[in-house]
Ligand binder design. Structure first.
Ligand SMILES: C[S@@+](CC[C@H](N)C(=O)[O-])C[C@H]1O[C@@H](n2cnc3c(N)ncnc32)[C@H](O)[C@@H]1O
Length: 301
């Protein structure tokens, strides 16, 4: 398979060394958002499974939700986010840490029976390419839980109606409101999932009360409880939407294979010797550093 030159690859929103955990979550009182996302995730995730891929796992904020899976693979482009996750979750066989790009997943086809992507697809300019990758690494019937930022939410509709927002929330095309930060129309996401051979079974609106004025005044328990009920209405007017889709069609089932890894550049088999993974086909070599499989760039000769 020909390699894609790096300059023609989609741009990546790089969190390397970022203070996402401390600044975005811990310093900003986002307990409400964290909790309602967990409510949605518990509703959608099959209660147990073999191996789950967490795409854009970050520092592992939600990884403890996957406790009923035999193995969880945390994949993120940022080594520093994964290092933090590893320090907190540890190195039990249950957790594998993989630094890689979601556009080039370093796994053999059919290695997972579940995958999640929460708060990551809004950084992805070519959603279809990532969905194709996710479909490839899932077994048929595998479950994909996706969260995306909704462009057709109530506040955007009101702002548009009042002439305070230039972009149209009803248009299908994504809006890039800040570089590499996209909001998506729910129907656009569903179409892209279909093209990648997923059937969307459920869509849950999440975060009805993402307003500082409400969060400051009302008890979080109350907001979380009411949000949990409103999620069941299916009213897709919220800034965040969770979906559950099923992988259609045929593909291998390699859940029992000795290794899940494949070369991210050519898909070739990797021979694992010590800390080095060498591709049989294209000769590229990758390494494991401090317990993290590093597929961001091959080793130099
Ligand atoms: C907003 S954080 C969300 C982290 C986690 N899912 C959560 O909800 O707390 C987005 C994460 O996606 C990762 N990311 C962005 N683009 C990526 C890509 N192309 N491949 C892999 N990870 C990516 C970033 O490194 C970052 O850790």
């Amino acid at each position: 398979m020909p390699k894609q030159p790096h300059e023609s690859r989609p741009r990546i929103c790089d969190y390397e060394g970022s203070n996402y955990r401390t600044e975005f979550w811990e310093a900003r009182g986002r307990d409400y958002e964290d909790r309602v996302e967990r409510v949605a995730l518990r509703r959608l995730l099959p209660p147990a499974g073999r191996r789950l891929l967490e795409i854009g796992a970050g520092f592992g904020r939600l990884t403890n939700e996957y406790h009923a899976y035999e193995q969880v693979v945390l994949l993120d482009y940022s080594l520093s986010q994964l290092r933090y996750a590893r320090q907190h979750l540890g190195d039990a066989d249950r957790y594998l840490y993989v630094a890689a790009d979601a556009y080039h997943l370093p796994f053999r086809p059919g290695s997972f029976d579940a995958a999640t992507g929460i708060r990551v697809i809004h950084h992805i300019s070519d959603m279809s390419a990532v969905f194709r990758q996710v479909r490839r690494v899932l077994i048929p019937g595998g479950v994909f839980i996706l969260e995306f930022a909704n462009k057709r939410h109530l506040k955007a509709m009101l702002r548009y109606a009042l002439g305070k927002q230039s972009w149209n929330p009803y248009e299908l095309s994504p809006v890039e409101f800040v570089e590499l930060n996209f909001d998506f129309h729910p129907d656009y996401v569903q179409q892209r999932l279909e093209v990648a051979r997923f059937e969307t079974e459920k869509r849950l609106p999440v975060s009805f009360f993402r307003l500082a004025s409400l969060k400051d005044r009302l008890p979080t328990d109350l907001l979380v409880g009411v949000d949990g009920l409103l999620q069941l209405t299916g009213l897709l007017l919220t800034p965040s939407i969770f979906t559950r889709s099923i992988a259609l069609g045929t593909s291998p089932n390699q859940l029992d294979a000795a290794s899940i890894f494949a070369c991210p550049e050519c898909g070739g088999e990797l021979a694992h010797k010590g800390a080095i993974l060498a591709c049989h086909w294209c000769d590229l070599r990758w390494t494991v550093r401090d317990g993290i499989y590093d597929f961001k760039a091959p080793l130099e000769d």
